[in-house]
Design a protein. Structure first.
Length: 118
């Protein structure tokens, strides 16, 4: 039996997006030596707002990834900064850990409600 709550669904989307953010940073880091490669990214806050809106209609979509503007390009045209991507990866990991902690609390709350008679 699967019990779903709106908060649980929101936390699930939050975890999906934070994992996607980590994947984008890892992809950028993997291409640090690729000539002409442009760093990619997405607006986490805008994507999470869209994800929360779509919970009502049951549709989800992958984040809209775009080239990151305003980064300094090297002579080979690549603009990936390992320092920037490492920081973004660390932030994504913190978001994911926070989401896991909140999801555990939500699951515990549901279990407490189910076993309230005991």
């Amino acid at each position: 039996m699967r019990i779903e709550t709106k908060l649980g669904e929101q936390l699930s989307r939050y975890l999906d997006l934070s994992a996607s953010e980590a994947k984008v940073s890892a992809f950028n880091m993997a291409n640090v030596d690729t000539p002409g490669f442009r760093a990619r990214g997405f607006d986490f806050e805008a994507e999470i707002a869209k994800a929360f809106e779509t919970i009502e209609n049951g549709r989800s979509h992958p984040p809209r990834v775009h080239d990151v503007e305003g980064l300094i390009s090297r002579p080979d045209g690549n603009n990936v900064s390992v320092d920037r991507e490492s920081m973004k990866l660390a932030v994504a990991q913190l978001k994911f850990r926070t989401g896991i902690s909140l999801l555990r609390l939500e699951n515990q709350r549901m279990m407490d409600a189910i076993h309230a008679d005991r």
